[in-house]
Design a binder for this molecule. Structure first.
Ligand code: SF4
Length: 401
């Protein structure tokens, strides 16, 4: 049911679809290539049943963002994807203006699929292009070409989607600043409303990790990566794509409402394997095995047993989380908002720590807010680990995810 009552609490819904057509060499997401359609049908049934279990808990909320991610949601058979899309509105109250995103891999969607999604209420498509250079796509072992992306993008427009986002990557083996800028120029000519720019990370357990020594010779250096990030951010700004988060740029009015919920510490419920939630002041996540997930959902009333972590977030921890998430955003952290949330001033606790970053240009203060500059965003992990006094989160290249 679609309603528009903003006196209710707002909620985001995330649905994880862990299936892909093939596995990319760098990918450490919970996704795999299914052996047959039966597992996909069973999984969709389990996710729907799981949503039904939360229907009562969701009363009193209005859903203003839905996000289907993965994996590749469009790897599902069309009728299964449709079943899953419709289940959201059947179990939760959807705002008439809800942002409803589905991630699409180029080459996995035709016109009829886009039209079906549109009819089901989807109004935003996020396409994982990663690079417009076919050699770089092959190096990433992506299952599509630049031409597949062009066709897919045009079909989405033809079906009436007026809010399209494109993912690009930097730090790809063999990539140069010049080749990234060509990919970016190509994407901007297609005029999507939103662009995400991620840094390739070599994650343990992936084929890339197994051959990391060999890859070192063809991976861009940290200095080159910083130049790529800086140049791309500048080029997007010139074309009207304003940066609003470390990795995200949009035309006016097209910031991703769903992702902003994560960074603003707002409530969301996740369904499916590995899906995380922040609901009623508790954070929890579901197990990552598809078989165990399906079995546990069938065991009615045992939904919570799926949970592998279920913690009430304490105030001090919430403060740390809030700082980490707010410094991802261009708007940064507002002193007044911080004091209102935590009853203590940001400066009284962290004023000494942030001074050097304000002096060296990695952070700036504007209109009562502290925010990282572009250079600061590139090394955000180091800055945050210093401010919050925890072990740093890895290399510079790990700072933009
Ligand atoms: S398409 Fe996305 S989720 Fe699937 S294997 Fe590639 S990177 Fe991973």
């Amino acid at each position: 049911m679609k309603i528009d009552l903003y006196d209710k609490k707002r909620l985001g819904i995330y649905v994880h679809v862990p299936f892909c057509l093939s596995k990319c060499a760098y990918c450490d997401f919970n996704s795999f290539v299914p052996g047959d359609d039966i597992i996909m049908t069973d999984y969709v049934g389990a996710v729907i049943s799981h949503m039904e279990d939360y229907r009562e808990a969701g009363r009193g909320y209005v859903v203003d963002s839905v996000y289907f991610g993965g994996g590749t949601p469009t790897a599902l058979p069309q009728k299964e994807l449709k079943r899953l899309l419709l289940a959201v509105g059947r179990n939760f109250e959807l705002s008439k203006k809800a942002e409803f995103t589905v991630e699409v891999n180029p080459g996995t969607a035709d016109l009829s699929l886009f039209r079906m999604m549109k009819r089901c209420g989807v109004n935003r498509i996020s396409m994982g292009l990663q690079s417009a250079d076919n050699k770089e796509l092959a190096a990433l072992s992506r299952c599509h070409t630049r031409q597949d992306f062009v066709s897919c993008f045009r079909l989405a427009r033809q079906a009436g989607f007026d809010n399209l986002s494109v993912d690009l990557m930097f730090g790809i083996p063999g990539q140069t600043t010049a080749s990234l800028m060509k990919s970016l120029a190509f994407v901007m000519r297609m005029e999507p409303e939103h662009i995400s720019l991620y840094n390739l990370k070599i994650e343990p357990g992936t084929p890339f990790y197994a051959k990391r020594d060999e890859l070192r010779a063809v991976l861009p250096s940290e200095d080159e990566e910083f130049e790529m990030y800086r140049a791309a951010a500048e080029a997007m700004k010139k074309r009207g794509y304003m940066q609003y988060e470390i990795s995200n740029f949009s035309r006016f009015g097209f910031r991703c409402i769903h992702n902003l919920k994560y960074w603003n510490c707002e409530e969301y419920l996740g369904f499916g394997v590995s899906a995380h939630s922040y609901f009623n002041s508790a954070r929890f996540a579901f197990i990552d095995s598809v078989d165990k997930y399906i079995a546990a959902v069938k065991d009615k009333g045992a939904a919570l047993r799926l949970t592998k972590e279920n913690e009430t977030v304490e105030s001090r921890e919430r403060m740390g989380e809030y700082i980490m998430l707010r410094f991802r955003l261009n708007d940064g952290l507002g002193s007044v908002d911080f004091a209102r949330r935590f009853g203590v001033s940001f400066e009284s606790i962290y004023g000494g720590k942030i001074l050097k970053y304000l002096k060296n240009g990695l952070m700036e203060k504007r209109e009562g807010s502290y925010a990282l500059t572009t250079a600061g965003m590139f090394v955000s992990n180091y800055i945050l680990s210093d401010i919050l006094e925890f072990e740093d989160l890895g290399s510079l290249t790990g700072s933009i995810t």
